[in-house]
Design a protein around this ligand. Structure first.
Ligand SMILES: [Mn+2]
Length: 354
């Protein structure tokens, strides 16, 4: 068990000052985040770069691993001109300070180059495993009670009395908004206070256009195809997209189907490469984590989640259509059993039912 250290309970202004002191002794900061960065990790990274520059005159670079997949996230990078490199092309010896944002050393979806010591960790996820087994970085600010990592980073700017540039404030605000579902989920007082602070500096027009980007025709073809495959049971919708473009697409279809009246839970899947990606959504108060575990019972793979959102992936030995169909049947059987609707027959969106 990890007891909060004295570090994690000191007031925000102290933390901002402590971080400033650390950065002042460094020349160049490398900011890293988890694989396939989401808006909160990008916002937090950009915000930390802003803090390093304004508070300590410390130059920095953001480097990523994986891809920026969702159209909104690509719009965020494009509109706010977020400058980032690929970690495998970065010369590590150019940097004397490494920060991890929205993740922690040892997390599965996070790559820290071998032999590199992490100096700064800012995150809002629970600390995983036995943190005491690892060398504690000089600056660790992990606060699971806060809705977004972007909030924690923006609070350093707020407490230090620094005004972020419009792009940095907009990136932080978009990260905060995304992780808290527009300040409706896992929100703390600090999230609200920080959002007000960011409101003074961000570009609202830009924020709106990031949230509603133009989408390629291929997106709508995938969506049309997916909706045709939705299987509607009493309160639960299942949808297997077959082979699809990305795990993000599976998640988007799951989000969309949950908005249908009467739907309490959605179980969505799709084959990406050799992995079958799964997204589960439940209405507020539901247990998506229980449902995904029930669905994936007996399968080779991993899953995670909390509250009304869960995701996972199943490793398939071969990706032929027969193996896929069999997997889909197993998942459907497990899910329907877990939801207590086994034996019922499915409706589709192709039928008139009024
Ligand atoms: Mn986050």
């Amino acid at each position: 068990m990890n007891l909060p250290s004295a570090k994690t309970v000191r007031p925000g202004a102290d933390r901002a000052e402590e971080l400033r002191q650390l950065l002042r002794k460094r020349q160049r900061l490398l900011v890293l985040t988890h694989n396939n960065p989401d808006p909160d990790s990008l916002g937090g990274a950009v915000g930390l770069q802003e803090f390093a520059r304004l508070a300590a005159g410390c130059e920095s670079q953001l480097a990523i691993t994986g891809k920026i997949l969702r159209a909104e996230n690509q719009a965020m990078v494009r509109e706010l001109k977020i400058d980032m490199g690929r970690l495998d092309t970065i010369k590590l010896s150019d940097f004397d300070c490494i920060a991890l944002v929205d993740t922690q050393p040892g997390f599965g979806h996070t790559f820290v180059p071998a032999g590199s010591a992490v100096d700064i960790v800012v995150d809002h996820h629970e600390r995983a495993g036995d943190a005491s087994a690892e060398v504690e970085p000089p600056f660790v600010d992990v606060r699971p009670e806060i809705g977004a990592t972007s909030t924690i980073v923006a609070s350093y700017l707020m407490h230090a009395g620094l005004a972020p540039s419009s792009p940095a404030a907009t990136a932080l605000a978009y990260g905060l908004r995304t992780d808290t579902a527009d300040l409706s989920r896992n929100v703390s007082d600090l999230d609200i206070k920080v959002f007000e602070f960011l409101s003074l500096h961000m570009d609202r027009t830009e924020l709106a256009s990031i949230a509603n980007p133009r989408l390629p025709a291929a997106y709508f073809r995938t969506l049309k195809d997916a909706l045709g495959k939705a299987r509607l049971y009493d309160g639960i919708t299942l949808c297997s997209l077959g082979r699809t473009t990305s795990a993000e697409m599976v998640a988007e279809v799951a989000d969309l189907l949950l908005r249908m009246e009467g739907v309490r839970a959605v179980f969505c899947g799709g084959l990406v490469g050799q992995s079958y990606c799964v997204s589960v959504r439940t209405e507020v108060g539901g247990d998506a984590w229980r449902l995904i575990r029930a669905g994936m019972e007996g399968e080779e793979g991993s899953c995670g989640g909390h509250g009304s959102v869960a995701g996972g992936s199943i490793t398939l030995e071969s990706a032929d259509s027969r193996t896929l169909r069999r997997l889909e049947r197993r998942l459907e059987r497990n899910i329907l059993k877990a939801m207590g609707v086994s034996g019922a027959s499915a409706a589709t969106l192709g039928e008139d039912d009024d």
